[in-house]
Design a protein around this ligand. Structure first.
Ligand code: B12
Ligand code: SF4
Ligand code: SF4
Length: 364
């Protein structure tokens, strides 16, 4: 044990602080770490403002309110000099297109939501990484702020600048090792670390994701209209009916959507995740969720305890039932008709749900 520790310490000697940070991040489960200068993303300013002006954010009003902030880390940490960008892979196995059994009616769940909520998993690791970095600068007044997802910062653009990958036409950050099956996180620090170079790769003349998107939400390469996106409606649009133009195109997606991921050739031959927290929860059969289970939840409490620790909780009890009702209609799930009728009686005062159930009953 002592010998192992001494060897490790010797190996660490002579390494730069950045190399030590990279090594420690790897131990924590972030195989990719890059550094970007924290200056304003002025090259994307026009794009972002056009996106906002066009209203592509739907009901995600925070994107509108915080648009300026997303380009400039100085809003989050005025003394910031570097952005440390991190990626954690989450693909456990490639999603199959057919449900695990013909006897049960299933809805499909996006791979990112198969395991534990990444916000919780990553936040803990970011805290440990922050502490490690602080230990490297005992004499300096180090300022560090860590972020994952719920951040007014264009995470993908900074990841690209930090050399983790490139932005694809589906707007995802694509890495060469793990494809786009990665979560992103950042540390802002008030120290200058050596920035990394951009990687040399792009989509070239491929256009598969744009063609594959069922709803045409990718209006053109690099432009996603969230108001048309299945992922947006099944996760973020929690209180409103799903537009008629999206319902049928949802197919069997009950939470999230991976169509523009699955279409991408960079996402096929990839290294899988080593993070056990992202293994599928027991109630998910290879990423499929029983529609009956969803429709039978009788209370918010029951829903919340069933999905404890899962990102699926985000859409809420009634939101998930709304999605499941639409999928039941799309799958022509006649055996669920009695359940849908009884749910319709109990939820007359929830327009988004009655709208979805009426859609389904109409189809059955
Ligand atoms: C809002 C949001 C959504 C919305 C809107 C998505 C969108 N494309 O804007 C919805 C709900 C639809 C969504 C869906 C998903 N999301 Co989301 N989402 C976010 C969030 C919170 C903000 C994104 C944002 O600011 N959007 C505003 C637009 C304008 O910014 P943008 O997406 O960065 O896109 C612009 C830039 O990329 C810019 N650009 C940057 N560089 C370059 C370079 C070139 C050459 C060009 C031309 C353009 C360009 O042009 C784009 C268009 O304006 C981020 C976390 C964060 N803080 O960044 C996570 C995040 C982007 N989501 C993530 C994930 C995993 C997903 C899903 C895969 C989940 C799922 N399977 O259902 C899907 C993917 C759908 C897709 N194709 O993007 C990950 C992405 C990881 C990755 N590898 O890219 C993030 C980073 C969360 C995280 N911390 O891991 N998401
Ligand atoms: S997540 Fe689905 S609906 Fe949204 S852009 Fe990608 S393929 Fe289209
Ligand atoms: S499918 Fe093709 S165009 Fe779309 S992100 Fe992947 S490589 Fe780029």
């Amino acid at each position: 044990m002592l010998i192992k520790k001494t060897l490790k310490n010797n190996a660490q000697m002579g390494k730069t602080i950045k190399e030590k940070i990279v090594d420690f991040a790897k131990e924590l489960g972030f195989p990719l770490l890059g550094v970007a200068h924290s200056s304003h993303l002025s090259e994307l300013s026009e794009r972002l403002h056009h996106w906002i002006e066009a209203g592509y954010f739907g009901d995600m009003h925070y994107l509108n309110r915080e648009a300026r902030l997303r380009l400039d880390p100085a809003y989050l940490l005025p003394t910031a000099k570097s952005v440390i960008s991190l990626a954690m892979p989450y693909l456990y196995t490639h999603p199959g297109s057919t449900p695990p059994s013909e006897n049960t009616l299933y809805g499909r769940v996006s791979v990112y939501a198969w395991g534990s909520d990444y916000h919780n998993v990553i936040r803990k690791k970011l805290n440990r990484l922050t502490q490690f970095i602080q230990e490297q600068y005992p004499k300096k007044h180090l300022q560090v702020r860590s972020f994952v997802d719920a951040t007014p910062l264009l995470e993908r653009a900074f990841a690209e600048r930090a050399g983790l990958g490139f932005i694809g036409k589906n707007t995802s950050l694509i890495t060469l090792e793990y494809g786009a099956w990665v979560f992103l996180a950042e540390l802002l620090v008030n120290i200058e670390l050596e920035p990394d170079l951009n990687i040399f790769a792009d989509c070239s003349d491929c256009n598969r994701c744009v063609k594959a998107c069922p709803t045409g939400a990718l209006l053109e390469p690099y432009v996603l209209d969230a108001r048309r996106c299945i992922s947006y409606h099944t996760i973020e649009n929690r209180n409103n009916p799903i537009p008629d133009t999206v319902k049928e195109k949802m197919g069997n997606w009950v939470f999230g959507c991976d169509v523009c991921h699955i279409a991408c050739p960079y996402n096929t031959y990839v290294v899988k995740t080593q993070e056990s927290a992202f293994l599928p929860k027991p109630f998910l059969k290879d990423g499929w969720l029983s529609l009956r289970t969803i429709l039978e939840f009788r209370s918010e409490k029951e829903f919340k305890s069933f999905f404890a620790g899962s990102p699926i909780r985000r859409v809420g009890w009634r939101g998930l039932q709304r999605n499941a009702a639409i999928v039941a209609g799309n799958l022509n799930a006649r055996s669920l008709r009695p359940l849908l009728l009884s749910l319709r009686r109990d939820t007359r005062d929830i327009p988004m749900l009655t709208d979805a159930i009426d859609y389904a009953l109409d189809k059955l």
